[in-house]
Design a protein around this ligand. Sequence first.
Ligand SMILES: Nc1nc2c([nH]c(=O)n2[C@H]2C[C@H](O)[C@@H](COP(=O)(O)OP(=O)(O)OP(=O)(O)O)O2)c(=O)[nH]1
Ligand SMILES: [Mg+2]
Length: 315
Amino acid sequence: MSESIHVAVGIIVNPAGEILLAQRADHRDQGGLWEFPGGKVEAGETVAQALARELLEEVGITVSHSEPLIRIPHDYADRTVVLEVHEVRAFSGEPRGREGQPVRWVAPEQLSDVAMPAANRPIVNAVRLPAECLITPPLDSDEQWLSVLKKSLHQGVRLVQLRLKELAAERVDALTRKALALCHAHDCRVLLNADPQQFAHLPVDGFHLPAGALSRYPARPVAEGRWLSASIHNRAELVQAARLGVDLGFVAPVQATATHPDATPLGWAGFKELAAAAPFPVYALGGMQRHDVTLARQYGGQGIAGIRLFVEGED
Ligand SMILES: Nc1nc2c([nH]c(=O)n2[C@H]2C[C@H](O)[C@@H](COP(=O)(O)OP(=O)(O)OP(=O)(O)O)O2)c(=O)[nH]1
Ligand SMILES: [Mg+2]
């Protein structure tokens, strides 16, 4: 295969939280589809430099600061691209299509309805997902479990993975419904760690699959429009998760953790390698503290996840 094409892609966010899209001209590859402005990284340029140059050329804005969001390798039939996606919130100038292309602002929740190149699906997921995810602790009592959830919601969590292992189906059902009522009142999305087919009737936002379950499904077991996430500990599981078309992954353990004392930590270097290869956003899991979010982003992750993230004084 020929060498991959590095592309600097800008998620330009306005003060209302909307994202700028531009339409590719019909005669170009991916013609007629909507894209995030950007273009090829030229020899000798950093991604940030290429992005600043492309955004000035294409939409007439001057970038003051950009932050890496996600890196997506993607094979098209005729070429391989690596999209280096940065978020741009600090810029001057009013964006306009300087090459005659139509541009428009779109709310993050509406991005999934726009026709975009295939490589953009994980980018849209990364834009829509928060930087922190709570995983619920082992269940001692319903009250204790729900109180951790409430406390975390008050601290701003916007994504929760409900872990209700080894419970009877009726208990999973009842607790999930209680958690959903709390979470949705706080605009927090809910992933249920349970069999997606068995619990398809629950109005959760998505399902989470443990790594050991990935090989059990011949195809994505969750309809489009609902999230699918997976636990990933190594390259082989990452490949399985990609085969199923998961939307997000939890890579673990990044650091030593009390819940899995026998597992060998990946370290940030191991996390970085898996994050770079993942064609979807990944959270760092295992021994995370809230301030690790900066490191996780730096190493190519979407952010951090953990059971004790929002409980003060613990890791
Ligand atoms: N800019 C941009 N490119 C994307 C997106 N999604 C996606 O698959 N691509 C692909 C399409 C192209 O093969 C490649 C980007 O190249 P480009 O055509 O924008 O490059 P460029 O601005 O430097 O244009 P040119 O001067 O080479 O014509 O990446 C996206 O959201 N934004
Ligand atoms: Mg371009």
